[in-house]
Design a protein. Structure first.
Lengths: 255, 395
Protein backbone atom coordinates (compact mmCIF):
# COMPACT_ATOMS: atom_id res chain seq x y z
CA UNK A 1 0.00 0.00 0.00
CA UNK A 2 1.18 3.49 -0.82
CA UNK A 3 2.50 5.35 2.20
CA UNK A 4 0.57 8.43 3.25
CA UNK A 5 3.69 10.43 3.98
CA UNK A 6 7.04 9.45 2.56
CA UNK A 7 10.19 11.47 3.15
CA UNK A 8 13.35 10.33 1.40
CA UNK A 9 16.90 11.59 1.71
CA UNK A 10 15.83 14.87 3.27
CA UNK A 11 18.56 17.48 3.76
CA UNK A 12 17.90 20.75 5.56
CA UNK A 13 20.57 23.30 6.22
CA UNK A 14 20.63 26.78 7.71
CA UNK A 15 23.90 28.38 6.75
CA UNK A 16 26.58 26.13 8.21
CA UNK A 17 24.21 24.30 10.49
CA UNK A 18 22.96 20.99 9.09
CA UNK A 19 19.63 20.02 10.60
CA UNK A 20 18.73 16.94 8.58
CA UNK A 21 21.17 14.88 6.56
CA UNK A 22 19.53 12.12 4.58
CA UNK A 23 16.47 11.70 6.75
CA UNK A 24 13.92 9.04 5.76
CA UNK A 25 10.44 8.75 7.17
CA UNK A 26 7.47 6.67 6.09
CA UNK A 27 3.99 6.89 7.54
CA UNK A 28 1.43 4.27 6.55
CA UNK A 29 -2.32 4.75 6.48
CA UNK A 30 -4.28 4.46 9.72
CA UNK A 31 -1.31 4.69 12.01
CA UNK A 32 -0.45 7.15 14.72
CA UNK A 33 3.15 8.04 14.05
CA UNK A 34 5.07 9.84 16.76
CA UNK A 35 8.07 12.03 15.94
CA UNK A 36 10.47 12.20 18.86
CA UNK A 37 13.76 13.98 19.25
CA UNK A 38 15.80 16.17 21.51
CA UNK A 39 15.27 19.90 21.61
CA UNK A 40 16.88 21.39 18.52
CA UNK A 41 16.99 18.07 16.69
CA UNK A 42 14.79 19.43 13.93
CA UNK A 43 11.35 18.03 14.68
CA UNK A 44 9.63 21.29 13.86
CA UNK A 45 11.78 21.85 10.78
CA UNK A 46 10.77 18.38 9.60
CA UNK A 47 7.10 19.17 10.10
CA UNK A 48 7.47 22.52 8.37
CA UNK A 49 9.15 20.78 5.44
CA UNK A 50 6.38 18.19 5.17
CA UNK A 51 3.79 20.96 5.27
CA UNK A 52 5.57 22.80 2.48
CA UNK A 53 6.34 25.81 4.68
CA UNK A 54 10.00 25.29 3.99
CA UNK A 55 11.82 24.00 0.93
CA UNK A 56 14.45 21.38 1.68
CA UNK A 57 17.97 21.58 0.29
CA UNK A 58 17.63 18.06 -1.06
CA UNK A 59 15.35 15.07 -0.84
CA UNK A 60 11.71 14.37 -1.60
CA UNK A 61 8.57 14.72 0.46
CA UNK A 62 5.62 12.76 -0.87
CA UNK A 63 2.13 13.09 0.47
CA UNK A 64 0.01 10.28 -0.97
CA UNK A 65 2.51 9.91 -3.76
CA UNK A 66 2.71 13.57 -4.79
CA UNK A 67 6.14 15.14 -4.35
CA UNK A 68 5.30 18.45 -2.71
CA UNK A 69 8.80 19.85 -3.07
CA UNK A 70 8.25 20.32 -6.78
CA UNK A 71 4.68 21.59 -6.86
CA UNK A 72 3.43 25.12 -7.31
CA UNK A 73 1.10 26.80 -4.79
CA UNK A 74 -1.87 26.11 -7.05
CA UNK A 75 -1.00 22.43 -7.34
CA UNK A 76 -0.51 22.21 -3.59
CA UNK A 77 -3.97 23.54 -2.84
CA UNK A 78 -5.89 20.23 -3.16
CA UNK A 79 -3.14 18.44 -1.24
CA UNK A 80 -3.36 20.97 1.55
CA UNK A 81 -7.12 20.54 1.68
CA UNK A 82 -6.45 16.84 2.26
CA UNK A 83 -4.66 17.25 5.57
CA UNK A 84 -5.23 19.18 8.75
CA UNK A 85 -2.65 20.74 11.04
CA UNK A 86 -2.92 21.70 14.69
CA UNK A 87 0.02 23.89 15.61
CA UNK A 88 1.72 23.80 18.96
CA UNK A 89 0.26 27.00 20.34
CA UNK A 90 -3.02 26.50 18.51
CA UNK A 91 -2.40 29.32 16.03
CA UNK A 92 -6.08 30.15 16.16
CA UNK A 93 -6.88 33.41 14.44
CA UNK A 94 -7.18 35.75 17.39
CA UNK A 95 -9.69 38.07 15.78
CA UNK A 96 -12.19 35.30 15.02
CA UNK A 97 -14.39 33.23 17.31
CA UNK A 98 -13.84 29.50 17.58
CA UNK A 99 -16.78 28.92 15.25
CA UNK A 100 -15.36 31.32 12.65
CA UNK A 101 -11.94 29.73 13.02
CA UNK A 102 -13.39 26.33 12.14
CA UNK A 103 -15.45 27.78 9.31
CA UNK A 104 -12.55 29.59 7.68
CA UNK A 105 -11.02 26.61 5.83
CA UNK A 106 -14.49 25.59 4.64
CA UNK A 107 -15.23 29.08 3.37
CA UNK A 108 -11.88 29.13 1.57
CA UNK A 109 -12.19 25.70 -0.04
CA UNK A 110 -15.92 25.03 -0.39
CA UNK A 111 -19.04 26.81 -1.48
CA UNK A 112 -21.57 26.06 1.20
CA UNK A 113 -24.70 27.81 2.42
CA UNK A 114 -24.30 29.56 5.82
CA UNK A 115 -26.53 27.06 7.63
CA UNK A 116 -24.38 24.15 6.48
CA UNK A 117 -21.20 26.03 7.44
CA UNK A 118 -22.49 26.60 10.92
CA UNK A 119 -23.85 23.08 11.37
CA UNK A 120 -20.63 21.47 10.19
CA UNK A 121 -18.46 23.74 12.31
CA UNK A 122 -20.54 23.01 15.39
CA UNK A 123 -20.27 19.30 14.65
CA UNK A 124 -16.48 19.54 14.56
CA UNK A 125 -16.46 21.58 17.76
CA UNK A 126 -18.60 18.99 19.52
CA UNK A 127 -16.51 16.20 18.06
CA UNK A 128 -13.35 17.40 19.77
CA UNK A 129 -15.17 17.56 23.07
CA UNK A 130 -15.79 21.27 23.34
CA UNK A 131 -19.12 22.52 24.63
CA UNK A 132 -21.28 24.41 22.18
CA UNK A 133 -20.89 27.61 24.23
CA UNK A 134 -17.19 27.64 23.33
CA UNK A 135 -18.08 28.28 19.69
CA UNK A 136 -18.88 31.93 20.31
CA UNK A 137 -15.73 32.62 22.30
CA UNK A 138 -12.53 34.21 21.12
CA UNK A 139 -9.25 32.30 21.47
CA UNK A 140 -8.06 34.66 24.22
CA UNK A 141 -11.03 33.60 26.33
CA UNK A 142 -10.18 29.89 26.17
CA UNK A 143 -8.05 27.81 28.48
CA UNK A 144 -4.94 26.07 27.14
CA UNK A 145 -6.68 22.73 26.75
CA UNK A 146 -9.60 24.28 24.94
CA UNK A 147 -7.29 26.10 22.52
CA UNK A 148 -5.63 22.79 21.62
CA UNK A 149 -9.01 21.18 21.03
CA UNK A 150 -10.25 24.12 18.99
CA UNK A 151 -7.09 23.85 16.88
CA UNK A 152 -7.91 20.20 16.20
CA UNK A 153 -11.50 21.14 15.33
CA UNK A 154 -10.15 23.61 12.77
CA UNK A 155 -7.72 21.02 11.45
CA UNK A 156 -10.66 18.65 10.92
CA UNK A 157 -12.75 21.27 9.13
CA UNK A 158 -12.28 19.73 5.69
CA UNK A 159 -12.56 16.12 6.84
CA UNK A 160 -8.94 15.30 6.13
CA UNK A 161 -7.64 11.76 6.22
CA UNK A 162 -4.31 12.96 7.53
CA UNK A 163 -3.76 15.01 10.66
CA UNK A 164 -0.55 16.66 11.87
CA UNK A 165 -0.28 17.53 15.54
CA UNK A 166 2.65 19.59 16.83
CA UNK A 167 3.24 18.85 20.51
CA UNK A 168 -0.46 18.53 21.24
CA UNK A 169 -0.09 17.83 24.95
CA UNK A 170 2.67 20.31 25.76
CA UNK A 171 1.57 22.82 28.33
CA UNK A 172 -1.37 20.73 29.50
CA UNK A 173 -1.75 19.26 32.95
CA UNK A 174 -1.52 15.45 33.06
CA UNK A 175 -5.28 15.02 33.33
CA UNK A 176 -5.97 17.27 30.34
CA UNK A 177 -3.09 15.66 28.44
CA UNK A 178 -4.53 12.19 29.05
CA UNK A 179 -7.95 13.42 27.93
CA UNK A 180 -6.33 14.83 24.81
CA UNK A 181 -4.66 11.47 24.11
CA UNK A 182 -8.09 9.87 24.40
CA UNK A 183 -9.39 12.38 21.90
CA UNK A 184 -6.59 11.51 19.48
CA UNK A 185 -7.38 7.81 19.77
CA UNK A 186 -11.11 8.44 19.49
CA UNK A 187 -10.67 10.47 16.31
CA UNK A 188 -8.20 8.02 14.84
CA UNK A 189 -10.53 5.08 15.44
CA UNK A 190 -13.75 6.68 14.28
CA UNK A 191 -12.54 8.81 11.40
CA UNK A 192 -9.88 6.35 10.23
CA UNK A 193 -7.32 9.09 10.39
CA UNK A 194 -3.62 8.87 9.83
CA UNK A 195 -1.99 10.97 12.51
CA UNK A 196 1.54 12.34 12.57
CA UNK A 197 2.38 13.77 15.94
CA UNK A 198 5.41 15.56 17.27
CA UNK A 199 5.63 14.96 20.96
CA UNK A 200 7.88 14.94 23.99
CA UNK A 201 5.34 13.38 26.21
CA UNK A 202 6.25 9.77 27.02
CA UNK A 203 2.77 9.06 28.35
CA UNK A 204 1.34 10.30 25.12
CA UNK A 205 3.67 8.16 23.05
CA UNK A 206 2.90 4.97 24.92
CA UNK A 207 -0.80 5.68 24.92
CA UNK A 208 -1.38 6.69 21.33
CA UNK A 209 1.46 5.84 18.95
CA UNK A 210 1.73 2.68 16.87
CA UNK A 211 5.12 3.61 15.55
CA UNK A 212 7.66 6.23 16.45
CA UNK A 213 10.46 7.88 14.56
CA UNK A 214 13.33 9.23 16.61
CA UNK A 215 15.50 11.98 15.11
CA UNK A 216 19.07 11.31 16.16
CA UNK A 217 22.24 12.46 14.45
CA UNK A 218 20.24 14.29 11.74
CA UNK A 219 18.51 11.07 10.64
CA UNK A 220 15.46 9.18 11.73
CA UNK A 221 15.33 5.77 13.35
CA UNK A 222 11.79 4.54 13.15
CA UNK A 223 9.89 1.42 13.95
CA UNK A 224 7.22 -0.12 16.13
CA UNK A 225 7.29 1.31 19.62
CA UNK A 226 8.40 -1.87 21.39
CA UNK A 227 11.29 -2.30 18.95
CA UNK A 228 12.45 1.30 19.14
CA UNK A 229 12.53 1.12 22.90
CA UNK A 230 15.32 -1.47 22.66
CA UNK A 231 17.36 0.35 20.05
CA UNK A 232 20.99 0.61 21.15
CA UNK A 233 21.37 4.29 20.21
CA UNK A 234 22.48 6.11 23.35
CA UNK A 235 20.02 8.99 22.98
CA UNK A 236 17.11 6.59 22.52
CA UNK A 237 18.31 4.60 25.50
CA UNK A 238 18.50 7.75 27.58
CA UNK A 239 15.10 8.86 26.37
CA UNK A 240 13.18 5.68 26.93
CA UNK A 241 15.16 4.34 29.85
CA UNK A 242 15.86 7.50 31.77
CA UNK A 243 14.63 8.11 35.26
CA UNK A 244 11.31 9.46 34.03
CA UNK A 245 10.72 6.78 31.45
CA UNK A 246 11.65 3.66 33.37
CA UNK A 247 8.58 3.66 35.52
CA UNK A 248 6.28 4.09 32.58
CA UNK A 249 8.07 1.43 30.56
CA UNK A 250 7.93 -0.99 33.47
CA UNK A 251 4.20 -0.53 33.73
CA UNK A 252 3.83 -1.05 29.99
CA UNK A 253 5.97 -4.19 29.88
CA UNK A 254 4.45 -5.67 33.00
CA UNK A 255 0.96 -5.37 31.64
CA UNK B 1 -52.30 23.03 4.55
CA UNK B 2 -51.91 19.33 4.90
CA UNK B 3 -51.86 17.45 1.67
CA UNK B 4 -52.50 13.72 1.69
CA UNK B 5 -49.78 11.62 0.18
CA UNK B 6 -50.69 10.47 -3.29
CA UNK B 7 -48.29 8.07 -4.99
CA UNK B 8 -50.02 8.34 -8.37
CA UNK B 9 -49.06 11.91 -9.12
CA UNK B 10 -45.50 11.63 -7.96
CA UNK B 11 -44.34 8.20 -9.06
CA UNK B 12 -41.57 9.83 -11.02
CA UNK B 13 -37.91 9.30 -10.74
CA UNK B 14 -35.52 12.13 -10.06
CA UNK B 15 -32.01 11.14 -10.83
CA UNK B 16 -28.90 12.99 -9.68
CA UNK B 17 -25.33 12.12 -8.95
CA UNK B 18 -25.69 11.70 -5.22
CA UNK B 19 -29.29 10.72 -4.63
CA UNK B 20 -31.87 8.83 -6.61
CA UNK B 21 -35.35 9.47 -5.33
CA UNK B 22 -38.13 7.02 -6.08
CA UNK B 23 -41.66 7.60 -4.94
CA UNK B 24 -43.39 4.32 -4.13
CA UNK B 25 -46.70 3.40 -2.60
CA UNK B 26 -45.17 3.44 0.85
CA UNK B 27 -43.29 6.69 0.52
CA UNK B 28 -39.85 7.73 -0.64
CA UNK B 29 -37.00 5.49 -1.49
CA UNK B 30 -33.60 7.14 -1.56
CA UNK B 31 -30.74 5.45 -3.32
CA UNK B 32 -27.52 7.14 -2.28
CA UNK B 33 -24.66 6.84 -4.70
CA UNK B 34 -21.23 8.21 -5.42
CA UNK B 35 -19.00 10.29 -3.24
CA UNK B 36 -20.55 11.80 -0.11
CA UNK B 37 -17.58 13.84 0.92
CA UNK B 38 -16.88 17.37 1.96
CA UNK B 39 -15.80 18.18 -1.60
CA UNK B 40 -19.19 17.23 -3.02
CA UNK B 41 -21.10 18.67 -0.11
CA UNK B 42 -22.40 21.77 -1.84
CA UNK B 43 -24.19 19.77 -4.53
CA UNK B 44 -25.36 17.13 -2.05
CA UNK B 45 -26.86 19.86 0.11
CA UNK B 46 -28.56 21.37 -2.90
CA UNK B 47 -30.07 18.02 -3.93
CA UNK B 48 -31.26 17.13 -0.42
CA UNK B 49 -32.86 20.54 -0.21
CA UNK B 50 -35.10 19.74 -3.17
CA UNK B 51 -36.49 16.53 -1.69
CA UNK B 52 -39.93 17.24 -0.35
CA UNK B 53 -40.60 15.20 2.77
CA UNK B 54 -43.88 16.86 3.72
CA UNK B 55 -46.58 14.29 4.41
CA UNK B 56 -44.44 11.39 3.28
CA UNK B 57 -45.25 8.48 5.59
CA UNK B 58 -42.02 6.62 5.17
CA UNK B 59 -38.50 7.24 3.92
CA UNK B 60 -36.27 4.32 3.18
CA UNK B 61 -32.60 5.00 2.53
CA UNK B 62 -30.18 2.69 0.80
CA UNK B 63 -26.63 3.74 1.51
CA UNK B 64 -24.69 0.79 0.12
CA UNK B 65 -24.00 2.64 -3.12
CA UNK B 66 -21.93 5.33 -1.43
CA UNK B 67 -18.31 5.06 -2.47
CA UNK B 68 -16.94 7.50 0.07
CA UNK B 69 -18.70 8.87 3.12
CA UNK B 70 -16.92 11.31 5.38
CA UNK B 71 -18.09 13.20 8.39
CA UNK B 72 -19.43 16.15 6.42
CA UNK B 73 -21.40 13.86 4.13
CA UNK B 74 -22.74 12.02 7.14
CA UNK B 75 -23.71 15.33 8.69
CA UNK B 76 -25.72 16.28 5.62
CA UNK B 77 -27.45 12.88 5.67
CA UNK B 78 -28.12 13.17 9.37
CA UNK B 79 -29.61 16.63 8.91
CA UNK B 80 -31.89 15.25 6.20
CA UNK B 81 -32.97 12.32 8.38
CA UNK B 82 -33.80 14.71 11.20
CA UNK B 83 -35.78 16.93 8.86
CA UNK B 84 -37.76 13.96 7.55
CA UNK B 85 -38.50 12.74 11.06
CA UNK B 86 -39.63 16.19 12.11
CA UNK B 87 -41.99 16.23 9.15
CA UNK B 88 -43.54 13.04 10.50
CA UNK B 89 -41.92 10.46 8.24
CA UNK B 90 -40.64 7.16 9.44
CA UNK B 91 -37.02 6.83 8.36
CA UNK B 92 -35.16 3.58 8.10
CA UNK B 93 -32.21 2.15 6.24
CA UNK B 94 -32.13 -0.72 3.83
CA UNK B 95 -29.20 -2.59 5.26
CA UNK B 96 -27.11 -1.18 8.08
CA UNK B 97 -26.90 2.55 8.68
CA UNK B 98 -23.40 3.90 7.97
CA UNK B 99 -21.05 4.11 10.97
CA UNK B 100 -20.28 7.74 10.32
CA UNK B 101 -23.95 8.60 10.71
CA UNK B 102 -23.96 7.08 14.16
CA UNK B 103 -20.84 9.06 15.02
CA UNK B 104 -22.49 12.30 13.94
CA UNK B 105 -25.68 11.61 15.90
CA UNK B 106 -23.70 10.59 18.93
CA UNK B 107 -21.53 13.70 18.72
CA UNK B 108 -24.49 15.98 18.38
CA UNK B 109 -26.43 14.47 21.25
CA UNK B 110 -23.68 14.01 23.81
CA UNK B 111 -20.08 15.10 24.17
CA UNK B 112 -17.92 12.16 23.10
CA UNK B 113 -15.49 12.46 25.97
CA UNK B 114 -15.82 12.95 29.66
CA UNK B 115 -14.98 16.58 30.28
CA UNK B 116 -11.37 17.29 30.92
CA UNK B 117 -12.58 19.64 33.60
CA UNK B 118 -10.71 22.69 32.41
CA UNK B 119 -13.68 24.26 30.72
CA UNK B 120 -15.77 23.99 33.84
CA UNK B 121 -13.60 26.65 35.36
CA UNK B 122 -14.65 28.95 32.54
CA UNK B 123 -17.72 30.97 33.31
CA UNK B 124 -19.79 31.59 30.27
CA UNK B 125 -21.32 35.01 30.05
CA UNK B 126 -25.11 34.89 30.30
CA UNK B 127 -27.10 35.97 27.30
CA UNK B 128 -27.77 39.69 27.08
CA UNK B 129 -31.09 40.54 28.70
CA UNK B 130 -33.52 42.01 26.22
CA UNK B 131 -34.04 45.71 26.69
CA UNK B 132 -34.13 48.99 24.94
CA UNK B 133 -31.12 48.51 22.70
CA UNK B 134 -30.33 52.15 22.06
CA UNK B 135 -30.53 53.08 25.74
CA UNK B 136 -28.45 50.07 26.68
CA UNK B 137 -25.87 50.99 24.06
CA UNK B 138 -25.67 54.59 25.26
CA UNK B 139 -25.45 53.48 28.86
CA UNK B 140 -22.71 51.02 28.09
CA UNK B 141 -20.81 53.63 26.13
CA UNK B 142 -20.98 56.13 28.98
CA UNK B 143 -19.91 53.58 31.56
CA UNK B 144 -17.12 52.33 29.34
CA UNK B 145 -15.91 55.85 28.57
CA UNK B 146 -15.84 56.83 32.22
CA UNK B 147 -13.96 53.65 33.11
CA UNK B 148 -11.58 54.42 30.27
CA UNK B 149 -11.01 57.95 31.56
CA UNK B 150 -10.37 56.76 35.11
CA UNK B 151 -8.03 54.02 33.85
CA UNK B 152 -6.20 56.54 31.66
CA UNK B 153 -5.73 58.92 34.59
CA UNK B 154 -4.57 56.02 36.75
CA UNK B 155 -2.02 55.11 34.10
CA UNK B 156 -0.87 58.73 33.93
CA UNK B 157 -0.58 58.82 37.70
CA UNK B 158 1.33 55.56 37.90
CA UNK B 159 3.78 56.74 35.29
CA UNK B 160 4.34 60.04 37.12
CA UNK B 161 4.87 58.23 40.43
CA UNK B 162 7.28 55.80 38.80
CA UNK B 163 9.14 58.68 37.19
CA UNK B 164 9.43 60.67 40.42
CA UNK B 165 10.49 57.55 42.29
CA UNK B 166 13.20 56.83 39.76
CA UNK B 167 14.45 60.44 40.02
CA UNK B 168 15.69 59.46 43.45
CA UNK B 169 17.61 56.63 41.84
CA UNK B 170 18.69 58.11 38.51
CA UNK B 171 20.45 54.94 37.40
CA UNK B 172 16.99 53.39 37.08
CA UNK B 173 16.02 55.94 34.45
CA UNK B 174 17.65 53.76 31.79
CA UNK B 175 19.57 56.41 29.85
CA UNK B 176 20.42 54.05 26.98
CA UNK B 177 16.78 53.32 26.40
CA UNK B 178 15.93 57.02 26.55
CA UNK B 179 18.64 57.82 24.00
CA UNK B 180 17.29 55.12 21.72
CA UNK B 181 13.86 56.71 21.86
CA UNK B 182 15.27 60.17 21.25
CA UNK B 183 16.91 58.75 18.16
CA UNK B 184 13.83 56.83 16.97
CA UNK B 185 11.34 59.60 17.59
CA UNK B 186 13.59 62.63 16.99
CA UNK B 187 16.57 62.18 14.74
CA UNK B 188 14.81 59.94 12.23
CA UNK B 189 11.86 62.35 12.09
CA UNK B 190 14.01 65.36 11.18
CA UNK B 191 13.73 65.19 7.38
CA UNK B 192 9.94 64.96 7.30
CA UNK B 193 9.50 67.61 10.00
CA UNK B 194 11.83 69.99 8.15
CA UNK B 195 10.05 69.42 4.86
CA UNK B 196 6.60 70.02 6.32
CA UNK B 197 7.76 73.14 8.20
CA UNK B 198 9.25 74.55 5.01
CA UNK B 199 6.10 73.89 3.00
CA UNK B 200 3.82 75.35 5.66
CA UNK B 201 5.90 78.55 5.86
CA UNK B 202 5.77 78.86 2.09
CA UNK B 203 2.01 78.37 2.08
CA UNK B 204 1.57 80.90 4.88
CA UNK B 205 3.79 83.49 3.21
CA UNK B 206 2.16 83.02 -0.15
CA UNK B 207 -1.35 83.27 1.25
CA UNK B 208 -0.65 86.39 3.29
CA UNK B 209 1.35 88.04 0.50
CA UNK B 210 -1.65 87.71 -1.78
CA UNK B 211 -3.91 89.45 0.73
CA UNK B 212 -1.53 92.07 2.08
CA UNK B 213 -0.11 93.20 -1.24
CA UNK B 214 -3.39 94.82 -2.16
CA UNK B 215 -3.12 96.94 0.98
CA UNK B 216 0.49 97.79 0.29
CA UNK B 217 1.39 96.09 3.56
CA UNK B 218 3.86 93.58 2.11
CA UNK B 219 6.16 93.93 5.05
CA UNK B 220 3.60 92.38 7.41
CA UNK B 221 3.98 89.07 5.58
CA UNK B 222 7.14 88.69 7.61
CA UNK B 223 5.25 89.29 10.86
CA UNK B 224 2.62 86.75 9.94
CA UNK B 225 5.06 84.05 8.96
CA UNK B 226 7.35 84.64 11.91
CA UNK B 227 4.69 84.77 14.58
CA UNK B 228 2.58 82.05 12.97
CA UNK B 229 5.46 79.61 12.70
CA UNK B 230 7.10 80.35 16.03
CA UNK B 231 3.99 80.52 18.18
CA UNK B 232 1.70 77.95 16.61
CA UNK B 233 2.41 76.14 13.41
CA UNK B 234 5.94 74.93 14.06
CA UNK B 235 5.10 73.11 17.25
CA UNK B 236 1.61 72.03 16.24
CA UNK B 237 2.52 70.46 12.93
CA UNK B 238 5.60 68.81 14.38
CA UNK B 239 3.43 67.33 17.11
CA UNK B 240 0.88 66.04 14.63
CA UNK B 241 3.60 64.36 12.57
CA UNK B 242 5.19 62.87 15.66
CA UNK B 243 1.80 61.68 16.90
CA UNK B 244 1.37 59.81 13.65
CA UNK B 245 4.89 58.41 13.62
CA UNK B 246 5.75 57.74 17.23
CA UNK B 247 2.34 57.50 18.88
CA UNK B 248 1.49 54.61 16.57
CA UNK B 249 4.87 52.99 16.98
CA UNK B 250 4.62 53.13 20.79
CA UNK B 251 1.17 51.60 20.73
CA UNK B 252 2.11 48.89 18.24
CA UNK B 253 5.35 48.00 20.02
CA UNK B 254 3.84 47.76 23.49
CA UNK B 255 0.72 46.10 22.12
CA UNK B 256 2.59 43.27 20.46
CA UNK B 257 4.68 42.86 23.59
CA UNK B 258 1.45 42.44 25.50
CA UNK B 259 0.22 39.86 23.00
CA UNK B 260 3.49 37.93 23.35
CA UNK B 261 3.14 37.97 27.13
CA UNK B 262 6.44 39.86 27.26
CA UNK B 263 4.88 42.40 29.59
CA UNK B 264 3.62 39.62 31.85
CA UNK B 265 7.11 38.15 31.81
CA UNK B 266 8.50 41.50 32.99
CA UNK B 267 5.99 41.72 35.81
CA UNK B 268 6.73 38.14 36.79
CA UNK B 269 10.45 38.92 36.90
CA UNK B 270 9.67 41.75 39.28
CA UNK B 271 10.39 44.49 36.75
CA UNK B 272 7.88 47.28 36.54
CA UNK B 273 6.89 47.55 32.86
CA UNK B 274 5.98 51.20 33.40
CA UNK B 275 9.52 51.90 34.54
CA UNK B 276 11.16 49.83 31.81
CA UNK B 277 8.88 50.55 28.86
CA UNK B 278 6.76 53.62 29.43
CA UNK B 279 8.98 56.10 31.28
CA UNK B 280 11.87 55.93 28.76
CA UNK B 281 9.46 56.48 25.90
CA UNK B 282 7.82 59.44 27.59
CA UNK B 283 11.14 61.02 28.49
CA UNK B 284 12.65 60.28 25.11
CA UNK B 285 9.81 61.98 23.32
CA UNK B 286 9.78 64.87 25.81
CA UNK B 287 13.41 65.51 24.84
CA UNK B 288 12.99 64.91 21.13
CA UNK B 289 9.86 66.93 20.43
CA UNK B 290 11.17 70.35 21.65
CA UNK B 291 14.32 69.81 19.60
CA UNK B 292 12.28 68.92 16.56
CA UNK B 293 10.24 72.08 17.15
CA UNK B 294 13.40 74.19 17.10
CA UNK B 295 14.30 72.65 13.76
CA UNK B 296 10.80 73.24 12.44
CA UNK B 297 10.97 76.90 13.57
CA UNK B 298 14.32 77.44 11.86
CA UNK B 299 13.29 75.81 8.62
CA UNK B 300 9.97 77.65 8.72
CA UNK B 301 11.71 81.02 9.03
CA UNK B 302 14.09 80.05 6.25
CA UNK B 303 11.15 79.13 4.05
CA UNK B 304 9.56 82.50 4.80
CA UNK B 305 12.81 84.26 3.89
CA UNK B 306 13.04 82.40 0.62
CA UNK B 307 9.53 83.29 -0.40
CA UNK B 308 9.89 86.95 0.63
CA UNK B 309 13.10 87.17 -1.34
CA UNK B 310 11.70 85.77 -4.57
CA UNK B 311 8.01 86.62 -4.36
CA UNK B 312 8.17 90.04 -2.72
CA UNK B 313 11.72 90.99 -3.80
CA UNK B 314 12.56 91.77 -0.20
CA UNK B 315 16.30 91.80 0.56
CA UNK B 316 17.42 89.29 3.12
CA UNK B 317 18.70 91.95 5.53
CA UNK B 318 15.32 93.64 5.55
CA UNK B 319 13.65 90.28 6.28
CA UNK B 320 15.97 89.65 9.21
CA UNK B 321 15.46 93.14 10.59
CA UNK B 322 11.71 92.82 10.30
CA UNK B 323 11.80 89.41 12.03
CA UNK B 324 13.72 91.02 14.88
CA UNK B 325 11.20 93.81 15.18
CA UNK B 326 8.11 91.62 14.96
CA UNK B 327 8.91 89.10 17.63
CA UNK B 328 8.67 89.80 21.30
CA UNK B 329 11.06 88.18 23.72
CA UNK B 330 8.39 85.59 24.48
CA UNK B 331 7.33 84.60 20.95
CA UNK B 332 9.79 81.73 20.54
CA UNK B 333 9.27 80.46 24.08
CA UNK B 334 5.50 80.51 23.78
CA UNK B 335 5.85 77.96 21.01
CA UNK B 336 8.62 75.88 22.46
CA UNK B 337 7.10 75.57 25.93
CA UNK B 338 4.17 73.69 24.47
CA UNK B 339 6.38 71.00 22.93
CA UNK B 340 7.12 68.94 26.06
CA UNK B 341 3.44 69.04 27.03
CA UNK B 342 2.42 67.78 23.61
CA UNK B 343 5.16 65.15 23.84
CA UNK B 344 3.73 63.88 27.11
CA UNK B 345 0.23 63.69 25.65
CA UNK B 346 1.41 61.79 22.57
CA UNK B 347 3.59 59.38 24.53
CA UNK B 348 0.87 58.72 27.09
CA UNK B 349 -1.79 58.09 24.48
CA UNK B 350 0.51 55.69 22.60
CA UNK B 351 1.79 53.81 25.64
CA UNK B 352 -1.58 53.63 27.37
CA UNK B 353 -3.39 52.23 24.34
CA UNK B 354 -0.54 49.85 23.68
CA UNK B 355 -0.71 48.50 27.20
CA UNK B 356 -4.47 48.02 26.83
CA UNK B 357 -4.04 45.44 24.06
CA UNK B 358 -4.90 41.93 25.09
CA UNK B 359 -6.09 38.91 23.24
CA UNK B 360 -6.21 39.58 19.58
CA UNK B 361 -4.37 41.03 16.64
CA UNK B 362 -7.51 42.90 15.66
CA UNK B 363 -7.50 44.70 18.99
CA UNK B 364 -3.92 45.75 18.35
CA UNK B 365 -4.87 47.43 15.10
CA UNK B 366 -7.87 49.08 16.68
CA UNK B 367 -5.93 50.46 19.64
CA UNK B 368 -3.10 51.77 17.49
CA UNK B 369 -5.69 53.74 15.54
CA UNK B 370 -7.26 55.00 18.75
CA UNK B 371 -3.82 55.99 20.05
CA UNK B 372 -3.04 58.16 17.03
CA UNK B 373 -6.46 59.76 16.84
CA UNK B 374 -6.47 60.56 20.54
CA UNK B 375 -2.90 61.84 20.49
CA UNK B 376 -3.72 64.31 17.72
CA UNK B 377 -6.98 65.31 19.39
CA UNK B 378 -5.26 65.89 22.74
CA UNK B 379 -2.52 67.93 21.11
CA UNK B 380 -5.01 70.23 19.42
CA UNK B 381 -7.15 70.50 22.55
CA UNK B 382 -4.09 71.39 24.62
CA UNK B 383 -3.05 73.93 22.00
CA UNK B 384 -6.45 75.61 22.27
CA UNK B 385 -6.14 75.73 26.06
CA UNK B 386 -2.65 77.23 25.72
CA UNK B 387 -4.01 79.89 23.37
CA UNK B 388 -6.62 80.94 25.96
CA UNK B 389 -4.03 80.82 28.74
CA UNK B 390 -1.50 82.96 26.87
CA UNK B 391 -4.19 85.47 25.96
CA UNK B 392 -5.15 85.83 29.63
CA UNK B 393 -1.47 86.21 30.49
CA UNK B 394 -1.21 88.82 27.72
CA UNK B 395 1.82 87.27 26.07
Amino acid sequence: MEPVVEVRGLVNRFGQQVVHDGLDMVVQADEVFGIVGGSGSGKSVLLRTILGLQRPVAGTVRIRGADITHLSEAQLRPIKAGYGVAFQSGALYSGLTVLENVQLPMIEHLKLPPAALEGLALLKIRLVGLPEEAAAKYPAQLSGGMVKRAAVARALALDPQLLFLDEPTSGLDPVSAAAFDDLVLYLQRHLKLTIVMITHDLDSIFRTCNRVGVIVDKRMISGALDRIVDDPNPWIQAYFHGERARERLGAERGA
Amino acid sequence: MHRAYDPRVSATLTGTEAVEVRRTAEGLELELTGEWSVRALASIEAVLETIDVASVPRVRIAAEGITELDLSGAWALSAFVRRARRAGAEVDFRGPAPDQLRLVDQTLTEPPLPDDSDWQAESFAPAQPPGDRALVAIGRYVVRSSHDLVAGLAFFGRTCVTFVASLARPWRLRPISIVRHVYDTGITAMPIVALIAFLIAVILAYLSAQQLRGLGADIYVVDLVTIGVLRELGVLLTSVIVAGRSGSSFAAELGSMKLNEEVDALIATGVDPIELLVVPRVLGLAIALPLLTVIADLIGLAGGALLCRYLLDMPLTQYVNRVNESIASTTFWVGIVKAPVFALLIAFAGCYRGMQVRGSARELGHLVTVAVVQAIFLVILADALFAVLFMRMKI
